[in-house]
Design a protein around this ligand. Sequence first.
Ligand code: ATP
Ligand code: MG
Length: 330
Amino acid sequence: MKRILTGDRPTYDSFHLGNYVGSLKNRVKLQQEYEMFIPLVDLHALTTHFNRTRELESNIRGLMLGYLSVGLEPERVTFFVQSKVPEVLELAYFLSLLTPRSLIARQPALKEKLDQGSEDTVGLFYYPVLMAADILLPRANLVPVGKDQKAHVEFARDIAQKFNDQYGEVFPIPEPLIGEVPTLPGTDGQAKMGKSLGNAIFLTDTQEEVEKKVMGMYTDPKRIHPTDPGTVGGNPVFIYLDAFGTEDDKAQVTSYKEQYTKGQVGDVEVKKYLTKVLNNFLEPIRKKRAEYENKPDLVDEILRKGTEKIRAEAQKTLAEVKKMMKLDYF
Ligand code: ATP
Ligand code: MG
């Protein structure tokens, strides 16, 4: 069976709509066809949140409930916490030896994080190497991610190829799989909704919170009156409607788009409709989460089993890596 690896940073205790359409949705769809490994990548969270270590445990618990609430099945998926698998750091070191500094310095995500005020540490710089090690440790074939992570997966491909060429075939060359909405914009109109960016609608938001966030959403800034012709393309309200509306919403959404372009419908009416669409989408997820919240030991049990499984795989991969590198002396 082919393998998937993809992880999430425990920088908050819940997933947002962007995480869902960018990556989680593909994971749910593919969990029967692939052997799936999902790390909660606390070491990556530390690259930008090194002063917030106290939140990590509750964020990890929250995201675990998030996985279960969107329908990932613990019987099929191996969930684990990255820092519980020290082998990943050892593999990252070997990969770092083959990594040109200039290649990492060019990664767009690095520049973005620095622009957002992250400290320019060696740890942050090293992020792509550690992420490549995450992917290569279980020898994954496919990596479902949002577009913001595509360059990192491409880096992992290059480094896997370079390792294989240098020492012999150990790693399959992993492929990125980008979600049907490659990058969902934030409620503030920023290009990317992010857990740590203050512009997200979370899968755990209540009906009232969703309504409040949608009503305050960025739309077409040039539009002042409902009679002004509006722009649909790139407008987050319509991007969300397309992403989360069901088949039954399609006709209404098409009609709103036409009316909006002609200045025949106000933002408030469209936003009220979007609130309904999002709450319909979120309701079953909220219900499922509430069921799992009543089983406090479940998360510990899932992570304990998952760690055991990934560590066995990790040790196999590292033994193979060292054999190929002729480091299996003594
Ligand atoms: P942070 O702001 O802390 O980095 P994040 O929201 O970017 O949080 P991550 O844990 O970094 O979330 O990413 C988890 C997965 O969600 C990745 O596959 C990432 O590509 C995807 N993702 C994140 N934000 C979006 C978005 N706005 N649209 C589509 N996919 C996204
Ligand atoms: Mg991120």
